[in-house]
Design a protein around this ligand. Structure first.
Ligand code: MRU
Length: 347
């Protein structure tokens, strides 16, 4: 897998974070070198780099790149300011804050040491964060595949593939691993309104991997399940609360409610860096709201809603833990009661 998608990397001279600009897919594969904090903030906000684990990895590399240019006297105030700035960009995925805070804590723990040593340690930490995600995704893919059977067809929502993480992805990991082994698992792909991560990114990733996938509008999932076309729902996660409630792309909760109605299992696949035991329930997870223009006019040749119509554009929803059949992490498959079992493994 590793030679296939490099969504995030340090530029060869270390002066920038290089990303695959996800807003240009599927039409064009364009890489951007981001040097400054405003460029980095914009890339996260505009979803050039997106997906919970990916924005955490990006923030870690970003802080390393920024820290290389701080002067000795201003090092800690500037690091703190850049950390806060990047964290403020998107609120729902816990990975962003978690990895930025990990970088900050490492640097503060080295106060008094020479600045070049601290910068070097930040570089090693960003690399470790990235490599840990690669390893976790591989294990999650294996555990997720153990829940499926050759010939199964699954439903995906949003994009939880290599673009959103590193290498195998989470929600798409079992499919990619199965394809590598010559095992056929097919997918119905929710297009995922309003930002079309399913249509633009998941379909692109699955087709590149030679996986049989069929794109549907989000509101077609109920019929697909009623007709017995879907064996399981596989989704990623942006933040899981201590009781197992899972914030993920808007529409995940609807798919899970329909799945429960038709007796289709719902599997949420995520690395431990996405579990937030400090949030007791999903009600404590902040939900990002985005510009209504994403609904009114984005992707259309001309606006498809009256100019100025009021829009509400929550980017995520919370799937109640009762709707989740199993949670798949790098420590294996976890079943209810999630409040007990998550704490046992990750507390
Ligand atoms: O707004 P996005 O595209 O960053 O939202 C991403 C998702 O909701 C993904 O499904 C989630 O991050 C899990 S990805 C491993």
């Amino acid at each position: 897998m590793s030679d296939k998608v490099k969504n995030i990397a340090l530029s060869p001279d270390g002066s920038a974070v290089r990303i695959l600009d996800q807003t240009r897919l599927p039409g064009e594969v364009v890489y951007l070198d981001l040097h400054g904090r405003e460029e980095m903030y914009e890339a996260i906000k505009a979803l050039r780099v997106r997906g919970a684990p990916a924005i955490g990895i990006f923030a870690a590399w970003g802080l390393y790149v920024l820290a290389r240019s701080y002067g000795e006297d201003e090092f800690f105030p500037r690091l703190d300011d850049d950390c806060d700035y990047l964290i403020s960009c998107r609120p729902t995925a816990v990975n962003l804050a978690r990895q930025a805070e990990r970088m900050r804590a490492l640097a503060h723990g080295m106060q008094g040491r020479p600045i070049p040593d601290i910068v070097a340690a930040l570089g090693r930490e960003a690399k470790a964060i990235h490599e840990e995600d690669v390893a976790m995704c591989r294990t999650i893919a294996e555990a997720g595949l153990s829940l499926l059977h050759p010939g199964d067809t699954v439903l995906t929502h949003c994009n939880a593939g290599p673009l959103a993480t590193s290498e195998y992805g989470t929600g798409l990991g079992p499919l990619l691993l199965a394809a590598e082994r010559g095992v056929e698992i097919k997918a119905y792909v929710d297009e995922t309104r309003p930002l079309l991560q399913g249509a633009r990114l998941t379909a692109w990733e699955l087709m590149n991997a030679g996986i049989d996938c069929t794109l549907i509008c989000d509101n077609m999932a109920a019929l697909a399940m009623k007709q017995g076309r879907i064996r399981a729902v596989l989704a990623g996660c942006d933040r899981m609360a201590a009781n197992g409630d899972a914030a993920n792309k808007i529409g995940t909760s609807g798919a899970a409610i329909i799945a429960q109605h038709y007796g289709v299992p719902v599997y949420i696949l995520l690395p431990s860096s996405t579990i937030d035991l400090s949030c007791p329930t999903g009600a404590d997870i902040p939900i990002e709201e985005r510009d209504g223009e994403e609904i009114r006019s984005m992707w259309y040749v001309q606006p498809m809603a009256p100019a100025g119509v009021k829009c509400w554009d929550p980017a995520f929803d919370v799937t109640d833990h009762e709707l989740i059949t199993a949670v798949v992490t790098e420590k294996g498959v976890i079943y209810p009661p999630y409040d007990v079992n998550l704490k046992k493994l990750f507390g």
